[in-house]
Every structure is written in structure tokens, then in C-alpha cells.
Design a binder for this molecule. Sequence first.
Ligand SMILES: Nc1ncnc2c1ncn2[C@@H]1O[C@H](COP(=O)(O)OP(=O)(O)OP(=O)(O)O)[C@@H](O)[C@H]1O
Ligand SMILES: [Mg+2]
Length: 383
Amino acid sequence: MSRPAPNPFRYGDLAFDEAFTDREAETRELRADVRNGQNVVLFAPRRYGKSSLVWRVMRELVATGDVLVAQVDLLATPSKEKLAEKLASSIYEDMAPPVLRARDKVGSLFSGLRITPRILFDPNTGGVTFSFEAGHAREDVDATLERLFELPAQIAAERRQRAALVFDEFQEVVEIDPHLPALMRSVFQRQSEVAHIYLGSKRAMMHRLFNDENEPFWRSAKQMELGVIHPDLFAPFIVRCFDRTDRRIDATLVERVLAVTRGHPYATQELCYFLWEEVPEGFSATDADVGDALAAVLRSENAHFSRIWDKAARGQRLVLQALAAEPDRPISEEYRRRHSLPSDATVRKAIRALSDDELVVRTADGYRIAEPFFAEWALRYES
Ligand SMILES: Nc1ncnc2c1ncn2[C@@H]1O[C@H](COP(=O)(O)OP(=O)(O)OP(=O)(O)O)[C@@H](O)[C@H]1O
Ligand SMILES: [Mg+2]
């Protein structure tokens, strides 16, 4: 007897293969941009699927042998030394020609660096890690990074391939060092054949980095904005995922799910994950299952939402509760009166802080809470 299929929905990790849906236009566009060596900045709120999209495109380009791709996640590199380590590691793993990957040749790959990294070989995995110790002079660290930023273009040219350099969570760049953008840009602007891809959330910061003319990255990349996955495209994906297993869902219930999540990629996968768990083997999802799944999601997210709530100032909490009850409305005088909100100035300040933290997003009609379940949670929260 074959084993029953596992839950087909996934949230948290990157969405690959069967867990990935839609984004066809974005995939095509990004693929062409990378091949052209065009720099791209990809904006989207948290959990919209930025990393999944870029990795899907990059994996495909690498598999077809078109492009060499190095990548760094700036959330994982709180210092310039750590950034140098991760970059060296990706250049070694993903770009270096096989002859330079041999144990006795690794050193020569990085021989031109001002600071020589310590190279560690893991005998169990065969893996190689690089470490740049702290305590070096600033100029030496900068010179080392500068050289590392130059290497992908050089290796790609030697291997007669194109190169792409991906920076995930790019909004962190100024946390690492406020001068880092200038250093990066001074190198990258000379690499017209390399596609530099920047992904980030914290809209305000990302927009400032790329749209403020005093910033080194000002207008240095094509801007791409990732929205939610349209419910018309998400719906067949959800049905297909259920169909792959021993459980079913009909169109009206899929609609109910999507009415809650509005096509938010992470939230949709999360609610579907819990919903699939509610449905017994061999059965179809019911209305009650959707209600139970939603309650289960809120329980599971309670710690996360409580933390956000605890950190929010009083004015912000009031605005969150108002927006949870009545989204998509501008914060007008009338609205403030209806929801007993404080002064215009206080509400504006709260909205600004909440937008910077991406807790609320601006829509054509005003503002609403970004995460679908947070709105539900805030409504049920008894202060
Ligand atoms: N194309 C997609 N199809 C289906 N689900 C998706 C898709 N893209 C993202 N998701 C869902 O959203 C979740 C978050 O995706 P991902 O980590 O790529 O987003 P992100 O924008 O990079 O998030 P973060 O801001 O946390 O870095 C995934 O775990 C998956 O559940
Ligand atoms: Mg990401």
C-alpha cells in the first residue's frame, strides 16, 4: 500500500517546484533582465515571495548554463567581515571554475585579497568555509570587500559566461555600514555586464536607497514591484494541491479562503496548510473546516502578533484596531470620529510608523493591515 500524500502546502521556506505558482510575467521579465545584465530592484512587502521568485529564475538560468550566480542574504551578515565571508563562500561554491575548487587551489582564488581569509575544510561534508577575523583596519576590510565585489564579473568573463549578483534583504545594507552602499556602487557601476539584483522589504528604506538622489544607488536599477498572487490564479493551484492528495476542496470554499487572504502568498499557503489538516482523509473540506483552520492559524500566530502588539505605541494600536474593523478607508475626520481615534497628527504619526514597519499598506482607497491574519487577530484582541 502506498503511503498517504503529505500536506501539499508549505509556508516559511522558499516556494520551489510544485509549491510555486503563477508569477509567469515576473519570471519572464526577470529572466530576460538577468540575461541582459540589467540591474533590478525587487520591492514587495514581507512574505510576498520575493526570494522564491528570484531563486526560481536563478536556478533555471544556472541549470541551463546561461549565468553564474553569486548570492548573499544581508540579514545573515551583520558585519562587513561576515559579508566578505558569505560572498567568498558563494563565489567559491557557485562561480569558481572546477580547477580552482580543488583543495590546494582554493587559496589562489582569493590570493588578491588585502586580507587573506582563513579557509576551513570540513572533512565530513567536503564543504569549505572562509573566515575573516574582526579587528582589521577599516581600509583593509573595505579593500577586501571591493575586490570580492569585483571577482564575480572577472570570473564570469574568464569563463565566458554572464554573471548575476543577488543581494537578498538589501534594506539591511545601511545597518552593516552606512558607507557600504557607496563602496558597492563604486564597483558595480563599472560592471555593466553583471546583473545586480536587490531584493528587500521595509519599503521606506528600499525606496530611499533607490529613489533618493543623494543615495549612491539612486536610479541604478530597474524597479520591479511584486504584488499578491491574483485569486483567479491562486484558486486553481489550491484545488490542484488538494487533488494531488486524498482530500478535496470545492470552488466556493477556495473562494472563502481567498476572501480572507486576498492572495497574500504566505497567508494563503498557511491557511491552506491548516485547512488541509482539518479535512479527514478521503473527505472534502467544509465550511466548518475553514473556520477551524482560521482559528488554528490565529492560535499558531498568537505569539508573533502579541509581540508586534506589545511593541506598538497606544496610537498605533488604536489605528490597527480601526483598520482591522474598517479597512480601505482614508483616515479622514469622519473616520477618526467613528473609531474614536486621537488627533489627526497622532493618527498620521501612527500610520507613518506602521507603514515603515510594513504593518499597514497603502491601497487605492486608503490603508489596510498588511497581514490578513493580523487584522483578524487585532479584531479579536480584547484590550
Ligand atoms: N509563487 C508562489 N506560489 C505559491 N506560494 C508562494 C509563492 N511565493 C511565495 N509563496 C509563499 O510565501 C512564502 C514566503 O515566500 P518568500 O520567502 O519567497 O517571500 P519573501 O518576500 O522573500 O519573504 P521575506 O520578506 O520574509 O524575505 C513561502 O513560504 C510560500 O508559502
Ligand atoms: Mg525573502
